[in-house]
Write a protein that binds this ligand. Structure first.
Ligand code: NAP
Length: 251
């Protein structure tokens, strides 16, 4: 199914799961705004690849943990798109493996600021641009959570797991808050997915090491998460809101 020329913002869209969402969304006819924090080369390379396939995309920098930068990013998206129909909150970070009694407050604040407050700030700005209450035509928001929200990630990163638990609760609450206003809000909880996030948390061998604990005995690909997200964004999910969809190979 093609979602005719609708406008989609993907935070953390330059790499990993967000980049897969951007590619598949563009192939399905979405115009795509690709947010990134630092890696402009990855985001711009992805824009060129989408354009080469006949899609429409642009890159927009902005740290989702900064309210000023989120407002600037949405102003750029407004200028390019006019209206916004979809938001995927994929920007997220982990920190090095640690127990709680080894975590300092700056780490905790950073994880919560990007994963929780960043998701909430971007969703807030999207609601202002989508809600019938604000004179708009509705839309769909998909938050990228993690199976860690259910597992808790002991002795690895319970701060990250707790941040994703907050994303789940936020998803359910916002879904109910704006359900009458034409906006659907859902979350996808990926399992172990082959992206650069594991190396960024100091565990480049994490996928290899944990593959055997997954009931399917393999990691997932970013495409396999993107397909679920694209379904939640699509008209085929028109009666689905407040859902939290595990995409973790059974884990
Ligand atoms: P990734 O490959 O490390 O990509 C992360 C993306 O987020 C990058 O584009 C990065 O931008 C962006 N980003 C990071 N901090 C940001 C910030 N403050 N503001 C804006 N953008 C920011 O990670 P991934 O694996 O695709 O993860 C995407 C989401 O899936 C995250 O929310 C993660 O928690 C979740 N998840 C991943 C897995 C997994 O196994 N991979 C499992 C469960 C959940 P730059 O390119 O500029 O650095």
């Amino acid at each position: 199914m093609t979602d005719e020329r609708h406008n989609l913002l993907i935070t953390g869209g330059g790499r990993g799961i967000g980049a897969a969402v951007a590619r598949h969304a563009a192939q399905r006819g979405w115009r795509v705004a690709i947010n990134y924090a630092r890696d402009s080369l990855a985001a711009e390379t992805l824009v060129r690849a989408i354009e080469a396939e006949g899609g429409e995309a642009f890159a927009v920098r902005g740290d989702v943990g900064s309210e000023d930068e989120v407002l600037g990013m949405f102003a750029t998206v407004d200028a390019r798109f006019g209206t916004l129909h979809g938001l995927v909150n994929s920007a997220g970070i982990v920190a090095p493996k640690a127990r709680l009694d080894e975590m300092n407050v700056s780490r905790l604040e950073r994880i919560m600021r990007v994963n929780v407050i960043g998701t909430m700030l971007c969703a807030r700005e999207a609601v202002k641009r989508m809600s019938t209450r604000h004179g708009h035509g509705g839309g769909a928001i998909v938050n990228v959570s993690s199976v860690a929200a259910a597992l808790g990630s002991p002795a690895e990163y319970i701060d990250y797991a707790a941040s994703k638990g907050a994303v789940d609760t936020f998803t359910v609450g916002l879904a109910r808050e704006v359900a009458e206003e034409g906006i659907r809000v859902n979350a996808v909880r990926p399992g172990i997915i082959a992206t650069g996030i594991h190396a960024s948390g100091g565990q480049p061998d994490r996928v290899e090491r944990l593959r055997s604990v997954v009931p399917m005995k393999r990691e997932g690909s970013p495409d396999e998460i993107a397909w679920a997200i694209l379904w939640l964004l699509s008209r085929e999910a028109s009666y689905t809101t407040g859902a939290i969809l595990d995409v973790g190979g059974g884990r």
